[in-house]
Design a protein around this ligand. Structure first.
Ligand SMILES: Nc1nc2c(ncn2[C@@H]2O[C@H](COP(=O)(O)OP(=O)(O)OP(=O)(O)O)[C@@H](O)[C@H]2O)c(=O)[nH]1
Ligand SMILES: [Mg+2]
Length: 196
């Protein structure tokens, strides 16, 4: 089983991306499962995902990067045993530190993780406005990114998109950056091509 972690700040478009990317992966014949981690008790994202026919497990009431670490690992084990998905997509909460999600699954017995790919969603509409306040979590998220997606590209002019890209580079990301729209699926196929 391979893992795809989709991280990013609150409302950056993680669930929208997962809907699109799961569709693309299933069209390619892969079995896909989703693990949703929501702090609140309303499982709205899980419902949206399930309506599209996806197999979804929700983890509520804590963060999988800390208090719910074992919950996440148990869920992965159960998924592997019962469904054997080719790929499990994990949406941590917007405040999670994806580095801790990565260390949580590292070397766990009873789990065979083929590879882990981490996508960080950046909200084009808000990132430059909040970059000072969120520089540390952004830096932490981007430090583990295999791919950074500048989402909601429809909300900014190209000059601002260029500025956002420069900002992401300034945080030390030297991998791929793509400009996408998770709501319409623009460029999501190309992003899916990069997942091993
Ligand atoms: N304009 C625009 N809106 C988008 C785009 N992608 C997502 N949205 C909207 O942004 C809002 C948040 O999207 P979600 O996919 O729920 O984001 P999320 O990161 O899962 O949010 P949380 O789970 O609450 O952190 C929704 O209203 C989406 O329709 C995009 O490319 N452009
Ligand atoms: Mg979500």
């Amino acid at each position: 089983m391979r893992l795809l972690i989709v991280s990013g700040m609150l409302g950056s478009g993680k669930t929208s991306l997962i809907l699109r990317i799961a569709d693309t992966l299933m069209d390619r014949g892969l079995r896909v499962a989703v693990i949703e981690n929501e702090i609140g008790s309303v499982g709205i994202d899980g419902e949206i995902l399930e309506r599209s026919g996806l197999k979804v497990k929700e983890l509520k009431g804590g963060c999988i990067c800390c208090t719910m670490k074992t919950g996440m690992i148990d869920t992965l084990r159960t998924l592997e045993a019962l469904m054997g998905p080719d790929i499990a997509i994990i949406e941590p909460t917007g405040i999670a530190d994806p580095r801790q999600v990565l260390t949580a699954v590292d070397g766990v017995t009873g789990l065979t993780i083929g590879s882990i790919f981490t996508i960080i969603m950046v909200d084009a509409e808000r990132i430059l406005k909040v970059k000072k306040m969120f520089e540390r979590p952004l830096r932490n998220q981007i430090s583990v990114a295999d791919l950074v997606l500048i989402n909601k590209i429809d909300t900014v002019p190209q000059t601002e998109a260029d500025e956002i890209e420069a900002f992401i580079r300034s945080l030390g990301h030297d991998g791929q950056i793509m400009r996408v729209r998770a709501d319409t699926g623009m460029n999501i196929d190309k992003a899916a091509d990069l997942i091993p």
